[in-house]
Design a protein around this ligand. Sequence first.
Ligand code: NAD
Ligand code: USQ
Length: 403
Amino acid sequence: MRVLVLGGDGFCGWPTSLYLSDRGHDVTIVDNLSRRKIDIDLEVESLTPIRPIGERIRVWEEVSGREIGFMSLDLATEYDKLVAVLTELRPDAIVHFAEQRAAPYSMRTTSTKRYTVDNNVRATHNLLTALVETGIDAALAHLGTMGVYGYGWSGSAPIPEGYLTVKVPTPDGELEREILHPANPGSVYHMTKTLDQLMFAFYAKNDGLRITDLHQGIVWGTQTDQTSQDERLINRFDYDGDYGTVLNRFLMQAAIGHPLTVHGTGGQTRAFIHIRDTVRCIELAISNPPEAGDRPRVLNQITETHRVLDLAKMVGDVMGVEIAYLPNPRREAEENDLIVRNDQFLALGLQPTTLSEGLLGEGTEIAKHYAYRADPSKIIARSVWKAGMETADDLMTELPAQE
Ligand code: NAD
Ligand code: USQ
C-alpha cells in the first residue's frame, strides 16, 4: 500500500513508518517537526539522541534498502500544500499522528492551550476537507486517545469501543440507540481528540470518508525491531514533566536513582500499550478499514490496564528506588476503576505484548545507557491544571539533590 504517515517523525510515527516500510509498504512521512521545536522551547531533549529526519531516512535506506519519502508540511496552516501532496501521491492509506499530544503541555499556559486547539483541530479538519476536495478514497486511521471517555464516568462498567447502547424513553416506550460514548476530556489536549471524533462522524456520514479512530492508551517502551537496527534510527524517549508519560518516566527515574514521581495517591488506573504493539495495530487498522458510508470505526488500542501506584511499586522493587508521593498537578480523580474492551484488535490477530520484567529491563537498559543525557531539573511536572494548585516544587527540598 502507498501510505502517508502524518507526524511520522514523532514517538509513535517514526517506528510506525519503519515498521510499515519493512513490511513492504511505500511510506511517505509528512511532518512539520514542531515536536522538535517544542523541545527547544522547553530546553529539554529526548533522553535518546534522535537524529535529524533526513539522516534517519538515509540510515534506514542504508540498513534496509527501502526508501521513505519526507515532506515538511504544517497540516494546520499549509492547506494548499497538503492538497498538492495528496494529489501527487494518491495514498491508499493515511495514518494521522500529527497533533500536539501532551496533556500537561496543553495546560501549561493560555498560549499552549490555544496552540493545541488551533493545531490539532485545524490539522484534522484540513485533512478531512482535503480528502473530500481531492476525492481520494484513502483509508484514514487517526490516533485518538482513551482519555476521550474520561475516567470513572460509568463506574466499573467496561468501556466499549467508541459507541454506547442507550435506552431513550419515549411516550410509546423505550427506543434503543447506539451513540458515540459521551466525551469527558480531562485536559485541553484530550478535548481536541473529542472534537476530532465529531468531525470524523460528520465527514463519514456526509462524504463517505473511511475513517478509523484508534483510542490508544499510554504508549510505553522505546524500540522496535526496526529502530534497534542502528543507533541512528533510535526512537525518542520523553522523560520531562510535560511530554514524558508515566511508565517511561518511572523507568528513567529509576535508572538515575530519582524517587518515582507518583501524583497524589497513585490510585489513577490507566490503559497501556507497548510501542511494538502500536505499530502492529496501525497496520491491522489500515488493512481492515470500514466501508464508505459506514460510521467511523473505533478501536480501543490498548493491551492492559494498571494503577499508577502498582507500576511505581513494580519499578521501585526491581530497581531499588523510593516512591515520592507528590501533590497532583492535574485535576483528576484520586482513584478510578478501568476495564476496557479491546475485542476488535484481538479478533484482528493482535497478540498483546504485556508488561513483563523482560521488557521493563529493556526500557531500563536504554534509560541507564543514556542517563548521562538526562537533565534532572526537567523531571518534576510543573504544569498545573488550575492556577493556585499546590506544586511538587513545595516538596523539592525533601527529594534528594540530583547531580
Ligand atoms: P509526538 O509529539 O512524538 O509526534 C507527533 C508528531 O506530529 C511530531 O513529530 C510533530 O512534529 C508532528 N506534528 C504535530 N503537529 C503537526 C502539524 N500541524 N503538521 C505536521 N506535523 C505535525 O507524539 P506521539 O507520542 O508520537 O503521538 C502520536 C499521536 O498518537 C498523537 O496524536 C497522540 O495524541 C496519539 N497518542 C499518543 C500516545 C502516547 O502515549 N504517546 C497515547 C495515545 C495516543
Ligand atoms: N502520572 C504520575 N506521575 C508522573 C506522570 C504521570 O502519577 O510522573 C499520572 C498522571 O497524573 C495520570 C497518569 O499518570 O494520572 C497518566 O499520565 P501520563 O502523562 O502518562 O498520560 P496522559 O497525560 O494521559 O497522556 C498520555 C499521552 C497522550 C495520550 C494518553 C493516553 O501523552 O498523548 O493520549 O497518554 S490516555 O491516558 O489513555 O488517554
